[in-house]
Design a binder for this molecule. Structure first.
Ligand code: AMP
Length: 221
């Protein structure tokens, strides 16, 4: 099973992916996390990616696909996975189709307004070590500035500044939003109001997922 999470930056993709990981064990595959890891490790690929990421644009398709393929080849992805941040444009969606898939595919579009995005990202803090996500008001860490999961010092991502957020939103509307129509036409798309509390969003996603998982099994009985 492949679960694709679409949505603007700050729409909650990472939080929902984490909720699905803890409920079903599907690994969360975030191309943003993979890229940040390459940047931290200063790999040749990371050095190229860093400048695009800092400007709020997209890293080139070939680089991201190479990272993704490598990650999906690991054994934990065999039964299924949740994609957070891929595909980000139509050509990436074609590449994903070309990768093939044994089980079903289901797509969720987490819909939020630009105002919600700006508010959430200004208050977002992340763990640079384990990528856990916090919100200073709605989901603060137990101890200020410290990750609940691994104890590392939390940071504000350097692309969570107002200018870069505006660019990321532009990139989203121009390149990623057209994917919603593509998946809707294929019949795989579920639209979710992502402006609500994380628990409510995850509950709705799980309900749809469980219905979808049961559907084909019943039809095959
Ligand atoms: P994210 O953590 O998903 O917000 O991604 C952070 C940044 O990484 C984005 O603003 C892009 O510069 C880059 N990025 C993440 N995923 C992709 C992708 N699928 N294609 C191109 N660039 C990406």
């Amino acid at each position: 099973m492949r679960i694709i999470l679409l949505g603007a930056p700050g729409s909650g993709k990472g939080t929902v992916a984490e909720g699905l990981r803890s409920a079903y064990g599907f690994p969360k595959i975030s191309t943003g996390d993979l890229l940040r890891e390459a940047v931290r490790e200063k790999t040749p690929l990371g050095l190229v990616a860093a400048s695009q990421m800092g400007k709020g644009g997209l890293v080139d398709d070939a680089t991201v696909l190479a990272l993704l393929r490598e990650r999906l080849a690991r054994p934990d992805c065999r039964e299924g996975y949740v994609l957070d941040g891929y595909p980000r444009n139509l050509s990436q969606a074609d590449s994903l189709d070309a990768l093939g898939l044994a089980g079903p595919e289901i797509v969720f579009d987490l819909q939020v307004s630009d105002e919600v995005v700006l508010e959430r990202l200004a208050n977002r803090r992340t763990c640079p070590n384990c990528e856990a996500i916090y919100h200073l008001v709605n989901k603060p860490p137990k101890k200020a500035g410290v990750c609940d999961v691994c104890g590392a010092a939390l940071v504000q991502r350097n692309d969570d500044t107002p200018e870069v957020i505006r660019e990321r939103l532009k990139t989203y509307h121009a390149k990623t939003e057209p994917l919603v129509a593509r998946y809707a036409a294929k019949g795989d798309l579920h639209r979710i109001d992502g402006g609500r509390a994380a628990g409510d969003v995850i509950r709705d996603v799980r309900r749809i997922l469980e219905t979808a998982l049961k559907g084909p099994a019943r039809a095959g009985e």
